[in-house]
Design a protein around this ligand. Structure first.
Ligand SMILES: Cc1cc2nc3c(=O)[nH]c(=O)nc-3n(C[C@H](O)[C@H](O)[C@H](O)COP(=O)(O)OP(=O)(O)OC[C@H]3O[C@@H](n4cnc5c(N)ncnc54)[C@H](O)[C@@H]3O)c2cc1C
Length: 395
């Protein structure tokens, strides 16, 4: 504990980002409380693959390795993808990328959100200097002066040097602090389902850009594909209401039967898509991380990966501050994190937004590559691969 018996850090929100941050801080010997309003759903090997998956990038995997959770995740259920195939639905040609070209075993890994959260929570719960408060809902937070105090809905008070709001896209803490988040609603939904295709997915992440929005087929460990089908709201409502046979037929056609017929599908779910960027990441001794700070279009599977970069950065900044003997909640310390992360996250979000607009405006992939969008999207993996100089040279 730091002075006055306080905690070092309070992490609000136990999604993937908050849990990873609490673990990273605990491993760095900070005393930390992880406060989560709802207990996470358990992950069990015998359950069917959950509908919510993420495409984990190599740097996020390295973070998991450093935190010691990767072996558990890898042993559980992971779909590596070795190639990426990006195709413009309204123009010929495709861009393909192979992990062998950059000497990597995989470009990324398709993993259930629930499994990531499960692995991180198990590790946090095993840490002596981490306290998990769940269910615990932060009702108010005051982070001015020489400490931060969070009051939970049941009246519990927690005080620390610093607090991190990793409480998701709607971030109640961001609202409590009066931080605005700007952006736009895409008026689109991302429909997700797990489908069986007639042909093998070949451990490839397939992406087809259609005038209605991108359609991704992501390779699952069990041979099926997780699809993310972005459609305008009204069209998404229509597709969600189709019976399974009609859905399979429409999905197969939208994907140009690249993997043959869609043989089977699970139930579907849909998520509204938004762009949201917090005006600032710091208010007093409270900082934002993950979706609380930035919500991006999922067309390149980047949202959570950007959040893990927030985690790695903030953990390093707080560790450095302690080593220098600084107060870890001091404004200059937290501003350093904000400077490093806010510009990269904004660049990624705007790059993705530009790609979305380009395709919505019937642009084609070659026009995008020829145009200036490359520089913007350049910081975004795995689209970084898709929009690399090498790729541009092929077009
Ligand atoms: C269709 C779709 C596909 C996607 N695909 C990808 C992908 O392939 N790759 C990728 O990187 N990203 C992807 N994303 C984005 C990714 O899902 C999010 O970026 C990520 O889940 C955000 O995690 P988080 O921990 O910041 O927030 P959340 O997961 O929203 O967690 C926030 C937590 O805070 C808790 N909370 C809220 N308020 C309080 C409070 N007052 N007190 C205590 N707890 C509170 C909530 O209960 C919740 O558990 C996708 C998103 C969508 C919609």
């Amino acid at each position: 504990m730091s002075r006055r018996g306080e905690l070092d850090a309070i992490v609000v929100g136990g999604g993937a980002i908050g849990a990873a941050l609490a673990l990273a801080l605990a491993r760095d010997a900070f005393d930390v409380a992880l406060v989560e309003a709802r207990a996470p759903k358990p992950w069990r090997a015998e359950d069917d693959v959950d509908l919510r998956v993420v495409a984990l990038a190599p740097d996020a995997r390295r973070l998991f390795e450093a935190l010691g959770v990767w072996p558990m995740i890898e042993a559980a259920r992971v779909g590596p993808y070795r190639r990426m195939h990006v195709r413009d639905g309204s123009a010929p040609g495709a861009l393909t990328f192979d992990s062998a070209e950059n000497g990597e075993a995989a470009l990324g890994w398709i993993i259930e959100n629930k499994l990531i959260q499960h692995a991180l929570w198990s590790a946090v719960e095993a840490e002596r200097n981490a306290r998990v408060v769940c269910p615990g809902e932060v009702a108010s937070i005051v982070g001015e002066g020489d400490g931060v105090e969070a009051v939970l809905a049941d009246g519990t008070r927690l005080s620390a040097r610093v607090a991190i709001a990793a409480d998701g896209a709607e971030s109640p803490v961001r609202a409590m602090l009066g931080i605005d988040a700007n952006g736009r609603d895409y008026l689109q939904r991302g429909i997700v389902a797990n489908v069986t295709t007639a042909r093998s997915h070949e451990h490839t992440a397939w992406q087809r850009f259609l005038p209605t929005g991108p359609l991704a087929f992501l390779p699952l460990a069990d041979g099926r594909c997780s699809i993310v089908w972005t459609l305008p709201d009204a069209e998404a409502a229509r597709v969600l209401a189709l019976d399974d046979d009609a859905f399979r037929a429409e999905l197969g056609a939208a994907f140009d039967f690249r993997l043959g017929e869609i043989v089977a599908t699970t139930a579907r779910a849909a998520f509204p898509l938004r762009l949201r960027l917090a005006d600032r990441y710091v208010s007093g001794r409270v900082v934002l991380a993950g979706d609380a700070a930035h919500v991006v279009h999922p067309l390149a599977g980047q949202g959570m990966n950007l959040g893990f970069r927030d985690v790695a950065c903030l953990a390093r900044v707080l560790r450095d501050a302690r080593e220098r003997g600084s107060d870890i909640g001091a404004a200059h310390v937290l501003r350093r994190y904000e400077r490093e992360r806010r510009s990269e996250n904004a660049l990624a979000a705007r790059g993705l937004d530009l790609i979305e607009r380009t395709f919505a405006g019937a642009g084609d992939l070659r026009a995008l590559v020829r145009g200036g969008s490359l520089a913007l999207a350049g910081g975004v993996a795995p689209l970084r691969h898709a929009l690399s100089d090498k790729a541009a040279g092929r077009v």
